[in-house]
Design a protein around this ligand. Structure first.
Ligand SMILES: Cc1cc2nc3c(=O)[nH]c(=O)nc-3n(C[C@H](O)[C@H](O)[C@H](O)COP(=O)(O)OP(=O)(O)OC[C@H]3O[C@@H](n4cnc5c(N)ncnc54)[C@H](O)[C@@H]3O)c2cc1C
Length: 729
């Protein structure tokens, strides 16, 4: 390098013209490399000032050569070389005086390119290292700042001294007066009514009492305007449970706490009050809810909570179908159920490992039976299989893997029978592959402590009774009404005709109660689809009003159009069945008279009735109903001053301010063991792990709070890295 540098002064004095052939790209590359390699600030500055690679190289050569030679040695070279060039870009004409000079230039130029190439080939690598180090340094600083910020925040969340403020609590709250039909304490004023300004603002607002803290109630609480009602939630559990992921908590894929959100945190938004108690009864004429709870002496205590509006969202209980021995089964409705199942599964695995456990007993302990092939049963079977397949072999003796069996007993001919047939067939094929034993057309008759007895229909339809040893039996065979709802239905007599749920009208008002007082949402309720009865009563009254006998009434097509419009308004679910009014009219005009008589109209409406199915008992429905009620109540609160001014206090106020409830089915999904199925309207999608990620994303988005979302993420991450926690508490 030094030699090359030394020959360059002579070149600059040449007089012949020669085009310097350093390419622009090479020049810039060398320039960058030279910059990164230059060790002193002066050298870097020099490189920055120079516009070409040659300049950069010269600056660098100068730097390096000074290590061996005197600083002045490169000075002439540097200045003369540059002075030989005319100002301009590469390709500048340099006068050359002799052929020797030209050759020297060529040699020097080739040498320069070679050196530049060497520098260039090393430079990107070093450059990358520099950038990498810069990124790492930056990230460390960033994370460090984050940690410091967190500690500063965390430090401020601790309280040193207790707050000692005067608290204003009404005497009526501390010593409630007694009253109502049973002369129980009346909880008219709550002990935290005057706790803060926000609470004081709602103190005298209409009392809205919500029974239950499940899907329906929470959807309502999240949508309700904060200052419109004095809200009280009554529930025996003080958390909201995210049920769709409950099967994942039974085997440790998710932690129990990731699926629950404290109800007090949710009601804070509406400045609400919470009572951890169980609703036992409702007195509709006194507008009182009778509530029971165990008091400080461990005895049951009862009191009344008054309401202006009552929302019943107490959910459902597992349907026992009258089967004997259900005390030997496990259920999956609540977080405590999930905890019990998890403990039992792990306990069975541990006992199966003991040297004293005989072979057949080991097989029994490792035989897991699920009664019910609906989404809950299928998802539990899938989760159980995943756990046994992925974690068992890692931590337990391999023998166990060979002796484990999972059996799914389903009374119908397919599992997931409420889904499209392709979806249930996909799930069955998947289970067949995973060796999950699907027993269709089978009905459990009795559950003994160590086995189930069931009947399976053979191919020719003959029932065959069989026995299956089991170490755990999960009972998940549909839902039925809680006792509380039974009691209310009995009280309301003829207004309640459904044995499985409380009947409401399409505005979700409980049938048989004063209009606008009591509503029912979610699993505990069903929307009555009595289109025929409703319209016939309507037509009858219309006929009598016009002095006509309804039985002799002739309905023209224009009348039918008006009737259909009324049906659509009151029963939005019927819209789909009232599309071709002319066709329907013609179909039921049996005598082709061009009019419908009363009997023909009744038949037509009955047909529509029969097509309206009852709404599914799902979180999706409960959520939509909760949102619907909240929006309606918000509107009613806004309309209230005007209504009072116009003395509109009675009548169908709900219908006056808001439309009837309409359910939109957004689709169904189910997890079936490292794969998932989606039913989206007329489209069915099923797939492996990508579908599982999509399934998780849906529930991640639907999760009730950021807290639960973060916990879910951490659980999935933990499962991936460390596997499931196979421990029992
Ligand atoms: C394991 C499992 C998985 C599920 N998966 C799905 C799914 O993937 N998709 C889907 O759409 N649906 C699913 N569901 C169904 C869904 O959870 C229910 O449809 C939904 O919870 C119904 O909501 P709800 O508000 O009516 O009642 P719930 O959510 O059951 O809430 C009822 C509330 O009422 C309280 N309560 C009970 N009795 C009383 C009383 N006497 N007084 C006061 N409060 C009371 C309870 O403590 C609870 O807080 C699943 C259910 C289970 C059990």
């Amino acid at each position: 390098m030094t030699g090359a540098a030394a020959s360059l002064p002579q070149l600059s004095r040449g007089s012949a013209a020669l085009r310097v052939s350093t390419s622009r790209s090479l020049a810039s590359l060398a320039s960058r490399s030279a910059f990164s390699l230059a060790s002193s600030p002066a050298a870097r500055a020099s490189v920055l000032r120079s516009g070409t690679a040659v300049r950069a190289f010269s600056a660098q050569s100068c730097q390096r050569s000074t290590r061996n030679a005197s600083p002045k040695a490169c000075q002439p070279l540097h200045s003369q070389f540059f002075s030989a060039r005319r100002p301009g870009t590469p390709g500048t004409i340099i006068p050359i005086t002799s052929p020797a000079t030209a050759a020297a230039i060529r040699n020097a130029s080739t040498h320069t390119e070679k050196v530049v190439e060497t520098v260039a080939s090393k430079a990107p690598f070093k450059h990358l290292i520099f950038r990498g180090l810069a990124w790492i340094g930056g990230s460390i600083v960033f994370i460090g700042l984050g940690v410091v910020a967190f500690f500063i925040y965390d430090y401020n969340t601790y309280k040193e001294g207790a707050e000692h403020d005067d608290i204003s609590v009404s005497n009526l709250a501390l010593n409630p007066r007694r009253g109502g039909p049973k002369n129980l304490p009346l909880y008219e004023v709550q002990i935290d009514d005057a706790d803060c300004d926000e609470r004081l603002r709602t103190k005298d607002k209409p009392k809205l009492v919500i029974l239950g803290g499940g899907w329906g109630s929470v959807a309502m609480l999240k949508e309700l305007n904060p200052d419109d009602y004095h809200v009280t939630v009554i529930s025996p559990t003080n958390y909201f449970l995210f049920t769709p992921m409950l099967p994942s908590a039974t085997v440790g894929t998710l932690e129990l706490k990731s699926l629950v959100e404290p109800i007090r945190r949710i009601i804070k938004r509406v400045n609400g009050h919470f009572l951890r108690a169980r609703a036992e009864d409702v007195d509709f004429s006194y507008k009182l809810v009778e509530v029971a709870q165990t008091d400080h002496r461990g005895k049951e205590t009862r009191f009344y909570v008054p309401y202006d509006k009552l929302v019943i969202g107490v959910g459902s209980v597992t349907n026992p179908h009258g089967v004997k021995g259900l005390e030997n089964c496990y259920f999956l409705k609540d977080i405590d159920d999930a905890r019990k199942i998890r403990n039992k599964v792990v306990q069975n695995l541990e006992i199966a490992c003991l040297p004293t456990t005989p072979d057949d007993e080991r097989r029994r302990l490792l035989s897991f039976v699920i009664s019910g092939g609906g989404p809950t049963g299928v998802e539990f079977a899938a989760e159980l299989y995943d756990m046994l397949n992925e974690d068992l072999s890692k931590h337990y003796p391999r023998l166990l893997r060979n002796e484990i069996s999972v059996h799914l007993v389903q009374s119908r001919s397919h599992i997931l029978n409420t889904y499209d047939e392709t979806v249930s067939k996909y799930a069955e094929a998947r289970f067949l592959r995973d060796q999950v034993d699907v027993l269709t057309n089978s009905r459990v008759n009795e559950v003994k402590p160590d086995r189930i007895i069931f009947t399976q229909k053979s191919e020719d339809g003959t029932p065959i009774t069989k026995e299956l040893p089991m170490g755990l039996c999960l009972w998940s065979t549909g839902v039925s009404q809680p006792d509380f709802c039974h009691r209310l239905a009995e009280k309301l007599g003829d207004a309640q005709t459904n044995r499985h749920a409380l009947e409401t009208d399409t505005h979700l008002r409980l049938n048989g109660t004063p209009l606008g007082d009591v509503y029912a949402i979610g699993d505990c309720s069903t929307v009555q689809n009595n289109v025929a009865d409703h319209i016939i009563t309507f037509v009858r009254s219309l006929a009598w009003k016009h002095g006509k006998d309804p039985e002799t009434l002739e309905i023209h097509f224009s009348d039918w159009r008006r009737i259909a419009a009324d049906v659509k308004k009151k029963f939005p679910q019927a819209v789909a069945h009232l599309k071709r009014l002319d066709k329907l009219f013609a179909e039921f005009d049996k005598d082709h008279s061009g009019t419908l008589d009363f009997g023909e109209l009744r038949e037509l409406l009955k047909q529509i009735d029969s097509k309206l199915t009852s709404l599914p008992a799902t979180a999706q429905r409960a959520h939509q109903q909760g949102q619907y009620l909240a929006r309606k109540f918000n509107k009613m609160a806004r309309a209230a001053p005007g209504m009072h001014a116009n003395e509109m206090i009675d009548g169908d106020l709900d219908a006056a301010v808001y439309k009837a409830f309409e359910y939109y089915h957004l689709g169904s999904l189910a997890y079936i063991g490292n794969s998932a199925v989606f039913e989206l309207g007329s489209y069915n999608v099923s797939g492996g792990l990508w579908a599982v990620y999509a399934w998780r994303s849906v529930y991640f988005a639907q999760s009730v709070s950021m807290r639960t979302r973060i916990l879910l993420m951490m659980d999935w991450f933990k499962r991936g890295i460390f596997g499931r926690d196979l421990v029992s508490f």
